[in-house]
Design a binder for this molecule. Structure first.
Ligand SMILES: [Zn+2]
Ligand SMILES: [Zn+2]
Length: 342
């Protein structure tokens, strides 16, 4: 005996309807029978797939008005055929309307990825909309003969083309302290790497040529950043595309990056001297007093508000000139970009 639990969505999952297929006959209430008219052969087919049943156990049967927007039976049989070709083990999620699927893929380095596929009601005549956590656009070729296997194959090819890029970023993430992004996604091309107390380097890794010299920006107090910038400029010719970005940065800047093996992250996440917190919305205290004995970090927004409130401060265009709240030495800050939330 096979059975399927049908979950009418929007009902908080309370009203489950048990549908029993006994000797290939459908046993359920008359309302359900009416709803399933035209879909019975699909329900039977799914219910006979031993072991793979759970995926399709939650069939969307919304209110009857919404049932009218359900695609024709052919859509579902097509979907099942395509999933059988691709392999059910690739399916990590399907919504209750059977329109949105998430398929998993593993690249040759063992990284796990997921592609979200939104099928059109006229699938496969219309191309599905595919999205994934990638640093490049996910462009798919699609014809009326294409299937989910084509999506998956093209996705895998794209993943392989980005393997070197992710290898560069994975090494940075594993061997250094990254201040930003707080939780890097596979789409993030930027890393702000700790060099020392209140000193960091922001690198923007190229997706196509990941081992080339990335765009670099040194952040911190002038007395620390200037010598590093000079090193970067004078040693730039030593950059070796055969080596990783991290190794090249070490060689060119002539430094060792603090790593999780050698340092605690808390020693680099010094809070703002004005609001005493580290993260303000998503900002970190990246304005540093240039006096070498002070070196106090501040959030840009905090320092800007503070200096504007002091009568002795002076503003010229978007820059405010004033005194460090800690050591009274001259300090400047640019007007922070407007936060859309405020
Ligand atoms: Zn602050
Ligand atoms: Zn200061």
């Amino acid at each position: 005996m096979n059975y399927i639990v049908l979950q009418p969505s929007g009902s908080n999952g309370v009203n489950y309807v048990l549908l029993i297929i006994l000797h290939c006959r459908l046993h359920c209430c008359w309302q359900l029978k009416q709803l399933l008219r035209g879909y019975v052969h699909i329900v039977k087919r799914v219910s006979h797939q031993n072991g793979k049943r759970s995926v399709f156990q939650e069939v969307a049967l919304k209110s009857r008005t919404e049932c009218r927007s359900i695609p024709p039976p052919k859509y579902y049989s097509q979907l099942i055929t395509e999933m059988e070709d691709l392999g059910w083990d690739k399916l990590v999620f399907i919504d209750t309307e059977f329109r949105t699927l998430r398929l998993k893929a593993e690249d040759s380095s063992g990284r796990q990825h997921v592609v979200t596929v939104k099928l059109k009601p006229k699938h496969p005549l219309e191309a599905p909309v595919c999205t994934a956590d990638l640093p490049v656009p996910l462009a798919m070729t699609w014809t009326a003969q294409s299937s989910l296997t084509h999506v998956h194959t093209q996705f895998l090819l794209l993943l392989e083309s980005l393997a070197e890029f992710w290898a560069v970023l994975d090494e940075i993430d594993q061997k250094t302290w990254v201040l930003e992004p707080e939780k890097p996604s596979r789409a993030d091309t930027m890393r702000r790497i700790v060099i020392g107390n209140n000193v960091s380097i922001k690198v923007e890794v190229n997706t196509r040529h990941p081992n080339m010299l990335p765009e670099c920006c040194l952040l911190g107090a002038d007395h620390v950043v200037t010598p590093l910038r000079n090193k970067l400029n004078s040693n730039m010719h030593l950059w070796n595309p055969e080596c990783s970005v991290l190794q090249n940065l070490r060689d060119v800047l002539e430094i060792e990056f603090p790593s999780p093996a050698t340092h605690e992250k808390s020693s680099f996440s010094v809070e703002c001297g004005i609001c005493y917190s580290y993260r303000l919305n998503s900002d970190i205290p990246d304005q540093v007093c240039n006096d070498s004995r002070c070196g106090q970090p501040f959030h840009q927004a905090c320092l800007y508000e503070w200096l504007r409130g002091i009568p002795s401060s002076r503003q010229s265009f978007s820059i405010v000139f004033g005194e460090c709240p800690y050591c009274s030495k001259p300090i400047t800050v640019k007007c922070p970009p407007r936060n859309p939330e405020n």
